[in-house]
Write a protein that binds this ligand. Structure first.
Ligand code: UD1
Length: 378
């Protein structure tokens, strides 16, 4: 039976992909979105005069702030389930815009639940983040898996970037399952963990089901190219599109898992439907990890600019973790999640979309100066 789903933050990059997937299968979708200019640009941003590209016409768009109780009460009226994506998303920016990040992400989630207490829904699926783990799991030279690795400041410019064991040997990242204890390394991570916990605690207290997806690095067409605090692939794409070299923090050997946004949308639909998911947390990635250097090179190739070799900054952003890669077995087994998009195809598709974009303001230098000025890159 078709359902009515509210997606908070549904005009954003991930939200639009989820909305398209829901509409395609016949569900009704309402979106509540603040349409903030940092993400949507000035034209879209001011009062949401223009609908964002890629949001199906069938979607009801309500422009409003997730912290506004009245707007949220209106948004939850008559819906069967909620996908909660409304959030500020930059790790680096969260370390100085603390007030805004905590307000939007945590107070926003509190306001949402305040409305849901009055008007419960069947299920709430929240977008959590791999950042809640801090450093992922590592294996030492002795074969022992370490759960407790915490990133330490580097003692000097020649010190290795990778965490070391007691004897000074580098630890190797291994896939991180959901049972790893959180180790919050940024304000962003802290707010995502609070969103996740609020959902899993409050939903069952009021007869609802809560599910949290810990997302890895989502990419694909529709990313906010002019937002210098968005994900690394969109930032690199915007640089290359403007004929500039990507800037890589640290040495570029840090590893992540890049997951195509349609695969992320698939995960949200499964999390919404599968009875077994109630009360659970799932890692969502592609199952393949890569270094930032590798993705910079592959993207430059896909965009036809292999000449624009990356600049290696040799400095780290405050709040960044070194490595974290997912173990997605639980999502595969319990949700039936099957990430389908091949990375090379995903990059080709991203490159083709970027080539058509007129507005991709490269604001990376600005953002870097902002972090530098505050001593948040060292
Ligand atoms: C990202 C998301 C976060 C999400 C998480 C889930 C963003 C902004 N952050 O965090 O919302 O919850 O994934 O996995 O989308 N880097 C560079 N050069 C740049 C920008 C970044 O080298 O210009 C490096 C960073 O230092 C980091 C890596 O790329 O080592 C990934 O950074 P980023 O895309 O910001 O993602 P996460 O911090 O992993």
């Amino acid at each position: 039976m078709p359902q009515t789903i509210l997606i908070t933050g549904g005009a954003g990059f991930i939200g639009r992909a989820v909305a398209r997937a829901l509409v395609a299968r016949g569900d009704r979708v309402r979106v509540l979105d603040g349409m903030i200019p940092q993400v949507h640009g000035e034209i879209h941003g001011e009062g949401g005069r223009a609908r964002p590209e890629g949001l199906p016409d069938a979607v009801e768009l309500q422009v409003g702030d997730v912290r506004d109780g009245r707007a949220v009460a209106e948004a939850v009226a008559g819906v069967d389930a909620v996908i909660h994506l409304a959030a500020e998303v930059g790790v680096g920016q969260s370390m100085y815009d603390v007030d805004r990040y905590v307000a939007v992400n945590d107070h926003g989630t509190a306001v949402l639940f305040q409305a849901l207490i009055e008007r419960p829904v069947r299920r709430v699926v929240v977008a959590s983040s791999m950042s809640v783990y801090g450093e992922g799991l590592y294996r030492g030279a002795d074969g022992r898996v370490r759960e407790e690795v915490v990133r330490q400041p580097r003692p000097g410019p020649d010190a290795p970037w990778d965490p070391l064991d007691e004897e000074g040997r580098p630890l190797v990242p291994v896939p991180t399952p959901e049972w790893k204890r959180p180790a919050l390394a940024s304000v962003y991570a802290l707010t995502k963990y609070a969103q996740e916990r609020l959902t899993l605690m409050l939903a069952p207290a009021y007869g609802m089901e809560g599910v949290a997806l810990r997302l890895w690095n989502a990419y694909g067409p529709g990313q906010a190219l002019s937002n210098p605090y968005t994900g690394v692939l969109a930032i690199f794409a915007s640089r290359l599109h403007n004929g500039a070299r990507p800037v890589i923090f640290e040495d570029g050997h840090q590893r992540r898992d890049f997951v195509q946004v349609d695969d992320v949308a698939q995960a949200f639909l499964l999390a919404l439907d599968r009875p077994r998911a109630a009360g659970q947390v799932y890692n969502i990635g592609s199952g393949e990890d890569r270094s930032v250097r590798e993705v910079a090179a592959l993207l430059a190739q896909a965009m036809g600019r292999p000449d624009l070799t990356p600049e290696i900054a040799g400095k780290a952003r405050a709040g960044d973790i070194r490595h974290c890669i997912p173990d997605i077995t639980k999502a595969r087994e319990e949700l039936g999640y099957r990430p389908a998009r091949d990375f090379a195809d995903g990059l080709k598709e991203l490159a083709a979309w970027v080539a058509e974009q007129e507005e991709a303001r490269d604001r990376v230098e600005e953002a870097r100066r902002e972090l530098d000025r505050r001593g948040l890159v060292a």
